[in-house]
Design a protein around this ligand. Structure first.
Ligand code: WTA
Length: 567
């Protein structure tokens, strides 16, 4: 049993006030995530403790203490303030997993601005859509990503500043560009923290839906309460842990638990800015004596594929606790990890909108491999009937997951999109858009998404976004984008395309279109296969029926096709 007490003990008489008390936060007080993650830890006497251990692409290493984290984030905050960035202005962080990304997010928050992290592999169109929607004022990036920003600058009148953290001094800056080298700038010891309160906006994360452009999920500083307590109770991060979250802060796991979680606990966090390779990952764990590891099913399946022999080359006895998020964690992966690491990966379920872990396997709780576990203390969850939206009492029956609103890290709004936000609630329940059943012991069993969003390797891709981008290709007449099964990534993007007259659907055309999407959107959104068809299945009113194409890919019954004629 864990030092944090059993699940049953914790859930009894639970209140969010427990976390508030531990953080010394009282209702109405100031609460600033940037301050809590750095200044507060120093105030607790841990200034010289290691906050961040970073390894770069070329084998470079950087180590920062909590005092370094405090001062460097002050320095970013001061730089932005000097540029005229005001509270609640959106500042985009568009960087690989380099220290400036982690520090920068805290710096943005310290001056009360809203941090907008975006995945650095995004192409110019993905970037444009998100910057335009947020009305972003400044972007912090690296020279290698600057060309993508320059390309769309004309169309973004609000974007006044591009801060480049590794600018080459021999080159010339364009108007609006700022060279900011954190490692050769005097660090700011004292920064006036902007007085943010529980409901002050903190982070704006973009997520994909089935229809329409990506939605900006607005979080507030009060989310810290949920992030702190779930890091402590589910991820079981303790003061002396060396923690590694493999997620990129362009996505919510990489901020909630790849920046905020470990830092607000005062633990040591490791970051590796290197792509996936089983060898590199095991070496990283061994070298830094990582004790707590938070990763994702696709990575775990890739490690399984790399085989057990390679594991024997490394001393991984340091690992104490493992957890996973982002997609269904198959029971084989849980059983495998128990065999090779001596510990099972504990599945955790949540999403960008919920801001923190909602359903999970809690340390010490009986694990049922393949189940997501039970709701976190303080979270009321159920499955709802798809028509009446009333909770289903019967065990084992599939319904829509529903959460009772009111936990601290719940999104407060979709940016400029109140209507879509309101549609996420039915009968007083928040619907994350997933289907599940609950067994007789209260364990949740994930079934699938309730929409067409594609979850490829834990990354959500909107078929709408890919279809829209495809239509911008000169050869494409029409397209329909669906998921198709994949051993490692669970699902990948597949596009059905009809071509304009004069173009031929062959291997070259396929590669050209794939590349077009990779550059415009991202490697994740790039179709792994393009099937050229003479026409697409449509309803009488001309709506493309993705459902039919998807069923074929998954070898499923096509089901009711009467709407083929009528919608
Ligand atoms: C899916 C990532 C099965 C789900 C934190 C959810 C999962 C979406 C799990 C959120 C899990 C997340 N088992 N599916 N343990 N965790 N999902 O917003 O469909 O990028 O709604 O947040 O991923 O993805 P998002």
């Amino acid at each position: 049993m864990s030092h944090i007490g059993s699940y049953e003990e914790r859930i009894k008489d639970f209140s969010w006030a427990i976390a508030e008390k531990e953080l010394d936060y009282k209702e109405g007080d100031m609460i600033n995530i940037g301050w809590y993650c750095s200044d507060r830890i120093c105030k607790m006497g841990k200034s010289s403790k290691l906050a961040l251990i970073w390894e770069g692409l070329m084998g470079q290493e950087r180590k920062l203490t909590y005092d370094d984290l405090r001062k460097t984030s002050n320095t970013v905050g001061a730089m932005l303030r000097k540029l005229g960035i005001k509270p609640e202005d959106r500042v985009c962080l568009f960087m690989d997993k380099i220290p400036e990304l982690y520090i920068g997010l805290l710096g943005v928050l310290k001056i009360g601005a809203i941090a907008q992290p975006l995945f650095s592999a995004f192409g110019d169109e993905s970037l444009f859509v998100r910057l335009e929607n947020a009305g972003t004022s400044a972007i912090i990036t690296q020279k290698k990503h600057a060309p993508k920003v320059r390309k769309i600058l004309d169309r973004l009148p609000n974007l006044k500043h591009m801060i480049i953290v590794d600018f080459d001094p021999s080159k010339e800056l364009q108007p609006g560009e700022v060279a900011f080298d954190l490692w050769n700038t005097p660090w700011v010891d004292e920064l006036e923290i902007h007085p943010t309160y529980a409901e002050s906006p903190s982070i704006l994360h973009y997520t994909s839906g089935t229809t329409g452009q990506p939605k900006g999920v607005k979080h507030v500083h009060y989310s810290l309460i949920s992030q702190y307590l779930t890091t402590k109770w589910v991820l079981d991060v303790q003061e002396d842990d060396i923690y590694w979250c493999t997620a990129d802060p362009g996505w919510v796991t990489g901020t909630s638990y790849g920046i905020i979680g470990a830092f607000c606990m005062g633990a040591t966090q490791c970051v590796m800015d290197v792509g996936f390779s089983a060898e590199a990952w095991y070496k990283f764990i061994e070298k830094h004596r990582i004790t707590m590891w938070y990763s994702a099913p696709t990575a775990i399946r890739s490690l399984m594929k790399a085989g057990d022999e390679i594991i024997k080359k490394y001393d991984l006895s340091c690992l104490r606790h493992l957890a996973s998020v982002g997609e269904p964690l198959n029971s084989e992966a849980v059983i495998w990890s128990e065999r090779v690491f001596g510990k099972p990966f504990l599945d955790t379920y949540w999403q960008t909108e919920t801001g923190s872990i909602m359903i999970s396997n809690y340390p010490g709780m009986k694990i049922k491999p393949g189940s997501m576990g039970k709701p976190f203390p303080g979270i009321t969850a159920c499955v709802l009937d798809t028509k009446t939206f009333l909770p289903i009492e019967e065990t084992g029956k599939i319904g829509l997951i529903g959460f009772k609103p009111g936990w601290p890290s719940m999104m407060r709004m979709y940016w400029n999109n109140e209507e879509t936000y309101k549609n996420k609630f039915k009968n007083g329940w928040y619907l994350p858009g997933d289907r599940s059943s609950i067994d007789n012991e209260g364990y949740f069993w994930f079934v699938g998404r309730d929409d067409d969003v594609i979850n490829t390797g834990g990354h959500l891709v909107s078929p709408f976004e890919v279809e829209s981008a495809l239509l911008e290709n000169e050869m494409v007449a029409e397209s329909a984008v669906v998921s198709k099964p994949d051993d490692i990534n669970m699902e990948v993007v597949k596009a059905f395309v009809t071509l304009k007259p004069g173009f031929e659907g062959n291997k070259d055309t396929e590669l050209m279109i794939m590349n077009f999407i990779r550059k415009k959107l991202s490697p994740l959104a790039m179709p792994q296969e393009i099937e050229f068809v003479p026409n697409l299945p449509k309803t009488r009113s001309g709506k493309i029926m993705r459902r039919i194409l998807k069923a074929k890919e998954w070898g499923e019954e096509i089901g009711d096709t009467s709407t083929l004629e009528d919608d």
